[in-house]
Design a protein around this ligand. Structure first.
Ligand code: ZN
Length: 414
């Protein structure tokens, strides 16, 4: 007997039972790509058709759901199927990154109508960043031909540890000036719409799980290998946040005792050894140490980046190849620990550094092979993210959709 069934038996509050059933029906309709009939809903939930019909009528009256007469027949008349009405509103996903701002306007199926991106320095602090966010959201909605009245909810991602309950970040290493600032309350006051705030890696996990390479997984870890290294965990299909909301900081696992200093104040963290910033710093050191490498010419033109190291590796530069292999091995052995601890079924690798390709990814896979225990290793698929630069912003869209339907199902009847 599953948990929902037990709940239904124990509670006598009819409106609560109705709200639970409504939430389940909305979930099933959203998850059925070709639509789902009333009979299938009743069967899946083990409730009467009368109960299903009453709730579906509410959803039809709210225009959140549409009827379509094209379901696959089971021998008799083709049943009418129910689908989400994509045009019953709009949702907005916002990704406030370390150095970029991305805004997506989507319909209620999560299809992106208009996307916008511009440079932004998160280190400039809350005032200018939130003003820029507000302006880009208004501009993107206008380009999508949408009015504010159509917006049902907004989801926002930030690159710091989010205390979800309070809608703020606590001691964020790369967000100076944001510590304790009431981000969610401030944005919700400006927008007058339900607004959520989450960590970027958590939303990357949710984005890939809902729309990308994580679809169908039950226990997923999304690893964002960029300037730093972040990780979002989705266990049993829910974002796992820990007590405060700071779970998943794999970038700050110590991998080299007495190693290089990290942005978090510690030494030898994975991020300080194998993140994008660390790869560029190590490349710089190799040049300064007088090693024979193409990086010398590249460093003369502009400050070295992971992309420049990856390019040199492709051109056959052994020093660059070695730098990427070292980073890949460190990340892979940290992932082996994560696999041993959590036994996930999918690991999704995202972030700009994954573009370095096989010079990084093959040693990473090899380290997982070498260090993860066999049953857990055999149970996990390690794949590349499918949504590219949009994993996080699509997670913000998914969170806004969840809020939209949650609100719809808990709204008092009448
Ligand atoms: Zn650290």
């Amino acid at each position: 007997m599953d948990r929902r069934t037990r709940v239904l038996e124990k509670v006598s509050d009819q409106s609560f039972v109705r709200s639970l059933n409504k939430a389940s029906i909305v979930d099933l309709i959203r998850q059925a790509p070709g639509g789902i009939s009333r009979a299938e809903l009743a069967e899946s939930l083990d409730v009467s058709r009368t109960t299903v019909s009453a709730i579906v009528n509410d959803l039809l009256a709210e225009h959140l759901v549409l009827e379509r007469g094209a379901g696959p027949s089971r021998g008799g008349r083709r049943p009418i199927v129910l689908e989400i009405n994509p045009d019953a509103g709009r949702v907005v996903g916002v990704d406030l990154g370390a150095s970029h701002l991305t805004v997506l306007v989507a319909d209620l199926n999560g299809h992106v109508l208009v996307a916008a991106e511009e440079p932004l320095e998160i280190a400039a602090g809350p005032e200018p960043c939130l003003r820029a966010t507000e302006a880009l959201v208004a501009d993107t909605l206008a380009r999508a031909g949408s009015h504010w009245e159509a917006v049902r909810a907004l989801g926002v991602a930030v690159p710091g540890p989010v205390i979800a309950e309070h809608g703020l970040v606590s001691a964020p290493p790369i967000m100076p000036g944001w510590d304790g600032y009431p981000i969610r309350a401030e944005l919700a006051a400006r927008w007058q719409r339900p607004t959520s705030l989450d960590n970027d890696a958590d939303l990357g996990a949710l984005g890939e799980w809902t729309f990308g390479a994580g679809q169908g997984a039950n226990h997923l870890a999304y690893i964002k290998i960029g300037t730093g290294i972040g990780c979002g965990l989705l266990l049993d299909g829910r974002i796992y946040r820990g007590v405060l909301g700071t779970a998943g900081e794999i970038g700050h696992v110590t991998v080299a005792e007495g190693g290089p200093p990290c942005t978090c104040g510690n030494y030898g963290c994975l991020e300080a050894v194998a993140g994008g910033r660390a790869i560029a710093q190590r490349a710089d050191l190799a040049v300064k140490a007088g090693q024979r490498t193409r990086l010398v010419q590249k460093a003369a033109l502009e400050p070295l980046t992971t992309a420049a190291v990856a390019q040199a590796a492709l051109e056959g530069d052994v020093v660059a190849q070695q730098l990427l292999a070292d980073a890949g091995r460190h990340i892979g052995s940290a992932l082996a620990s994560l696999i041993n601890l959590l036994n996930p079924d999918r690991i999704v690798l995202g972030g700009g550094v994954t573009k370095a390709g096989s010079y990084l990814l093959e040693p990473l896979q090899q380290a997982i092979e070498d260090h993860a225990m066999r049953p857990s290793r055999q149970a996990v698929q390690v794949v590349l993210a499918q949504l590219g630069r949009r994993s996080v912003a699509m997670g913000a869209v998914a969170q806004a959709l969840a809020q939209t339907f949650q609100q719809a199902v808990t709204r008092p009847p009448g």
